[in-house]
Design a protein around this ligand. Structure first.
Ligand SMILES: NC(=O)c1ccc[n+]([C@@H]2O[C@H](COP(=O)([O-])OP(=O)(O)OC[C@H]3O[C@@H](n4cnc5c(N)ncnc54)[C@H](OP(=O)(O)O)[C@@H]3O)[C@@H](O)[C@H]2O)c1
Length: 250
């Protein structure tokens, strides 16, 4: 799967799935733009990519802020003159449930990054993706289609359901311009996600949610993202690929 000289923008590439995707795209010859807010983590991913022969471009930006998202795509075009692949990966959860009084705060913040920013980046990138006949991969979650494990995750689940449908809508709109749009839906993956959300990481509890009794490594999801972004998937658009160790069949 060569991505030689393709330009790939990955939101939320300072850790976890985004970081693993940055490293895998770099190994395949891509020019990668790594976005996030945590400079130390971004520098760490930079060094890991560099070992594979290409230096990524770091764009520190909070993509939930419209001006920062716009500047991030503009900087990508300034650096490389084009954009072939957008990976809408940045995401987080902030607890909030109907009865705890935090529902709307959690909804606004989670939707602001997980959905609104992904839609905004898509709109900003679309003219460039059309020129390059490129594609988009959105990182969703099985939480978008399964029942929530905890009521506190309601906004997160709603955000991922929204991304699933946005993927189909965007795929239809952009199909006439030759741009594919797909999603991946991971089950449990071992990343900084839960630590960032202040949720404990009970590995056994999470393993028990899966039929295969295991949690994925980020690279497993990165491999799927690379497949969907590659020409091997040239006939795939509007699809949502699950990699969940059999969570949904339990
Ligand atoms: N881990 C799982 O079990 C799992 C399962 C299903 C789906 N997912 C999805 O996978 C995606 C990646 O999550 P992960 O598990 O790899 O977690 P992670 O290690 O916490 O990575 C999340 C990334 O998003 C970035 N981010 C968050 N808000 C941002 C913002 N406003 N602007 C820019 N970057 C932002 C973070 O960067 P900074 O902190 O540097 O800003 C970080 O790089 C998310 O969409 C998540 O919903 C994860």
């Amino acid at each position: 799967m060569s991505f030689k000289d393709k330009v790939v923008f990955i939101s939320g590439a300072s850790s976890g799935i985004g970081a693993a995707s940055a490293i895998e795209f770099t190994k395949e010859g891509a020019n990668v733009v790594i976005n996030g807010r945590n400079e130390t983590k971004l520098k760490n991913v930079y060094q890991q990519c560099e070992k594979h022969g290409k230096k990524p471009v770091i764009i520190k930006a909070d993509i939930s802020k419209d001006d920062e998202a716009k500047a991030a795509i503009e900087e990508t075009i300034k650096q490389f003159g084009k954009l072939d692949i957008l990976v809408n990966n940045a995401g987080f959860t902030k607890p909030g449930s109907i009865l705890d009084g935090n529902l709307l705060k959690s909804y606004d913040e989670v939707m602001g990054t997980n959905v609104r920013a992904a839609m905004h980046l898509t709109a900003l990138a679309a003219p460039h993706l059309i020129k390059a006949k490129g594609n988009i991969v959105n990182v969703s979650s099985i939480s978008g289609s399964s029942m929530p494990v905890k009521p506190q995750l309601i906004s997160y689940c709603v955000s991922k359901a929204a991304i699933d449908h946005f993927t189909r809508c965007a795929a239809l709109e952009l199909s006439e311009h030759g741009v594919r749009v797909n999603a991946v839906s991971p089950g449990p993956v071992l990343t900084d996600f839960r630590r960032n959300a202040g949720i404990g990481e009970d590995i056994t509890e999470r393993e028990n949610l899966t039929a295969l009794k295991r949690i994925s490594e980020s690279i497993e999801i990165a491999d799927l993202i690379l497949f969907l972004a590659s020409d091997k998937a040239k006939g795939i658009t509007g699809s949502n690929y699950v990699s969940d160790n059999g969570c949904l069949i339990k």
